[in-house]
Design a protein around this ligand. Sequence first.
Ligand SMILES: [Fe+2]
Ligand SMILES: [Fe+2]
Length: 193
Amino acid sequence: MKLTTSQNKKIEAWAKRMYRKNNDPYHNFGHAFFVSKMAAYIAKKEGAKVEVCRVAGLLHDLAPKTRGKPHGEKSAILVRKYLTGLKLNNVLINDACMAIEFHDSARRHLAKTLEGKIIFEADKLDCFGPVGLIREYGDLLKIGFSHDRALNTTLDYLKNNNPKYSTKTGNKIKNELRKFNKYFLRVYNKYHR
Ligand SMILES: [Fe+2]
Ligand SMILES: [Fe+2]
């Protein structure tokens, strides 16, 4: 079931307002838009529900986030309320909210639908490659790490952050982005160690 242009415009405007209010540089509309786009792409390739993935991707981070703490459940409550008010199809609301609810790393094992797995994978794609590097380092500075400590923690992160993906398409993109991590670490170890 495809959403109308007017429904899409309303959802997008609401998401922009909510992300702006959270004032979190890493969980903002830009990140949500990337996740939405990647999730829809993976869904198309994997035969999953594209519209569910697109909407869930755009709205998955709406509840404010504290580093390391799950916020999927709170986001899903906000999204269910808003989408019900827009009178969207109930199946779409349920599918999207279930994917949002279990997108946090700590609760990903509870995401049993293909759409849920795709939202987790699309979300985490922003944690590899150049953006993953910038996000991790910046976030550590934000919570008070010194440059040296943030740098060393980020290097470990680039090396070890490799969650298991279950879709073929997600894996392919993840591996491509992780090539950047490997290259970055190789150059860093050659000249900066
Ligand atoms: Fe999140
Ligand atoms: Fe996210």
